[in-house]
Design a protein around this ligand. Structure first.
Ligand SMILES: Cc1ncc(COP(=O)(O)O)c(C=O)c1O
Length: 406
């Protein structure tokens, strides 16, 4: 009997906790504490070099969050008031709010049904003469279709920014993300696969973009200039030595943790393949490393006698498997229409003032309202048996779906 109907749960023990830390992390923090150098010291420079090299990028700038990384990246490519930036509608709010916060207009593209990443055809249809950039989000840690999105950006001479906030270590055709577009943005917020509570990072292989980004994150200073010389308007988006030291220490585990998540995610996908009604995301050989920040499965209610996705989630949680429905379509957030209510510019995409109330993107709606079920990355860090428990819980709900309709 299903647990939600009074039975015994499949899983009675918790999944691995996150974040994880050990004595080396404690020493890393204490080293900074006792050094008295809590600001702009050697750990930040060392981390910037190490993480940029890890992501195979030439330049790296540590910043205060993934959100500020996106804002700085957008400013670095020269976003001007009223410029349009194409973003997927299925992502964390910061991908789009960073555009609005830097004076631009977010234009939402739909996602692909098999990956939940931005659909390049939908992005192409959203291009106007005011498009300045495209933000490719690597949702759940799976690289977006960078072949198609790079070609699109090149064709229209717009910049491609990678939102890799969920995709540390992920790679597309053997090259790590953040080193493929003009700039890459990462987050080290507490839930992320590499974390220090808060923090962010900008990668680039373009010296000019990297120098402008460095300047903006450091009060508008110039890398070569005097301390009180400010050629640009910037802000303070720096991190502390504590963050950098902890990140250096945490980074030593990133490769091994990524491999464990990959192994477990692949195993879970192969187990779900044989259960009707819950589909793993499509496999693609061009995704040479998937960061698996989330494991997303696609629920098909017809196979469960019409039971809703949200009821399935309640049942799966009751079986001892923490899970959630994930995002809402971003264009529905009240913030966007509120922001543009007194907007003084015309938008080419909207033929007037930006107004998101009529937007509805079918694949995004399906993912948000009917299909998407999320597991978090820490659940992929334990033994293989954990995947078997998750699959057994899904299978049990499928076999007893009639108990959910009562
Ligand atoms: C896709 C995406 N973009 C941007 C962000 C923003 O990062 P932060 O929370 O560090 O500001 C996040 C973090 O949740 C994210 O998942």
């Amino acid at each position: 009997m299903l647990t939600i109907a009074g039975g015994e749960p499949v899983r009675k023990t918790p999944f691995p906790a996150w974040p994880v830390h050990g004595p080396e992390d404690e020493q890393a923090l204490l080293r900074v504490l006792h050094s008295g150098q809590w600001f702009m010291g050697g750990h930040i420079t060392q981390f910037e070099q190490a993480f940029a090299a890890f992501q195979q990028a030439q330049f790296g700038i540590a910043v205060s969050s993934g959100t500020t990384a996106l804002q700085v990246a957008l400013e670095a490519v020269g976003l001007r008031p009223g410029d349009e930036v194409i973003v997927p509608a299925y992502t964390f709010v910061a991908t789009a709010s960073a555009v609005a916060a830097t004076g631009g207009v977010p234009v939402f593209a739909d996602i692909e049904p098999g990956t939940y990443n931005m659909d390049p055809a939908s992005a192409a249809a959203a291009i106007t003469p005011r498009t300045r950039a495209i933000v490719a989000v690597h949702i759940a840690g799976r690289p977006a279709d960078l072949d198609a999105l790079l070609a699109l950006a090149k064709k229209h001479d717009v910049r491609l920014i990678e939102d890799a906030c969920q995709a540390h270590a992920a790679a597309w055709r053997g090259t790590r993300v953040g080193a493929i577009g003009d700039l890459g943005c990462f987050s080290f917020q507490a839930s992320k696969n590499l974390c220090a509570g808060e923090g962010g990072f900008i990668t680039s292989n373009n010296r000019e973009f990297a120098e402008v980004a460095w300047s903006i994150h450091n009060c508008g200073r110039s890398p070569q200039g005097a301390w009180y010389e400010h050629p640009l308007i910037g802000s303070n988006y720096r991190i502390s030595e504590f963050h950098a030291s902890l990140l250096l220490s945490q980074m030593r585990h990133l490769e091994a943790q990524t491999a464990t998540r990959s192994r477990n995610a692949d195993h879970l996908s192969s187990l779900l393949d044989s259960i009707e009604g819950v589909l793993p995301m499509d496999r693609d050989p061009r995704v040479t490393t998937h960061a698996n920040h989330l494991y997303i499965m696609r629920y098909q209610s017809e196979a469960f006698g019409g039971v809703s996705r949200d009821r399935f989630i309640e049942a799966l949680r009751a079986e001892g498997v923490p899970c959630s429905a994930g995002y809402r379509p971003l264009y529905r957030e009240a913030a966007f229409n509120a922001h543009f209510r007194d907007w003084p510019f015309e938008s080419a995409y909207f033929h007037g003032k930006p107004d998101y109330s009529a937007i509805s993107l079918p694949v995004t709606e399906q993912a948000c309202n009917e299909e998407g079920v999320w597991l978090t990355q820490n659940m992929l860090l334990g033994p293989e048996q954990d995947m078997e428990d998750i699959a057994a819980a899904v299978d049990k709900i499928h076999r007893h779906a009639d108990q959910l309709r009562a």
